[in-house]
Design a protein around this ligand. Structure first.
Ligand code: ADP
Ligand code: ZN
Length: 292
């Protein structure tokens, strides 16, 4: 069975085709421009492809409330042309298949739960630490939606005592994203994050903020696995620093061996690597097919 997938990012779109085992059979990628142009490329890509369903994991915020007249819309993004744009309805006009539709990070969480690091578990969190920070929440075997959808990238964190940076989030200044996303690191230190040496203070700060967020998420949601992805997490030396911060914050209060004894296999990189987003969209498409 062929399932279509769209990983709709703020800087680039990836369209692909996979199967029910999560294998990616082909993919293309193009920059995110005005929605009319970008969605025309998506329609063109899928035009003659024999897919049974299409899953879309999108940058947000987006409307995922099926009962809403604006289901499938992008909502409040500052991205030119995309605010209040009917993303899903536009595609559904020409592509007659069931659609899965969720946030990029929820899609990645579902992909990891289906085929990746959280396979076989009924809960996990997927963080992306990249251009922004986002958190996908999979709990009790389902993606969490609720009021809108989780926005765990914008939670408030306590400041590192030596950190005087004002923060880069256009809404909140020094929320988690404002302090820890790639652009915040680069603005604070005036150097590309990928070029910072591993012993730079930047990584202590980074682990401090992510470690707080993850500890709070463990307390709030009790996830069985925490997956940290996105460009910044290509810095593998961050993993031990973050795990240590999480332990320091929890202070033994959460009495699960996953945290106290085996945190190396509890807080992990994506099992699907950089395919987590696209594979997650295949998983969303598969779910849409099964529910149709
Ligand atoms: P996006 O969030 O747009 O999907 P990424 O997850 O790749 O894309 O995030 C891009 C950001 O991640 C860049 O702004 C950069 O600051 C940071 N980044 C990318 N690669 C690295 C790296 N190797 N080390 C540290 N930071 C990186
Ligand atoms: Zn924010």
């Amino acid at each position: 069975m062929l399932i279509g997938a769209v990983e709709a990012g703020g800087t680039k779109f990836v369209c692909g085709i996979g199967n029910e085992s999560g294998e990616i059979l082909e993919r293309v990628s193009f920059p995110t421009e005005h929605p009319v142009k970008t969605l025309a490329q998506v329609k063109e890509y899928f035009k003659n492809k024999q897919v049974e369903a299409i899953g879309i994991g999108s940058f947000g915020p987006i409307n995922i409330d099926r009962s809403s007249a604006h289901y499938g819309y992008v909502t409040t993004t500052p991205k030119p042309g995309w605010a209040n744009y009917p993303f899903l309805p536009e595609l559904a006009k020409v592509l007659d298949v069931p659609f899965g539709w969720d946030t990029d990070v929820n899609a990645a969480a579902l992909g990891e739960a289906t085929w990746g690091a959280a396979r076989g578990l009924s809960s996990c969190l997927y963080y992306t630490i990249g251009t922004g920070v986002g958190v996908g929440v999979y709990s009790e075997g389902k993606l969490v939606h609720g009021l809108v959808h989780p926005e765990g990238g914008h939670i408030l964190t306590r400041r590192h005592l030596e950190d005087t940076y004002s923060g880069k989030c256009p809404y909140h200044g020094d929320c988690l994203e404002g302090m820890a996303a790639g652009p915040a690191i680069e603005d604070r230190w005036k150097i590309k994050a990928s070029e910072l040496p591993t012993d730079h203070k930047a990584w202590e700060f980074e682990a401090f903020y992510i470690g707080q967020a993850v500890a709070s998420a463990i307390l709030l949601l009790s996830p069985q696995k925490i997956i940290l992805g996105g460009g910044v997490m290509h810095q593998m030396h961050l993993f031990p620093l973050i795990r240590e911060q999480v332990k320091n914050n929890l202070k033994g209060y959460v009495s699960a061996a996953e945290v106290t004894d085996n945190i190396e296999s509890y807080i992990v990189p994506p099992g699907l690597g950089d395919n987590a987003g696209l594979s997650g969209s295949i998983a969303l498409g598969l779910q849409a097919y099964q529910n149709a």
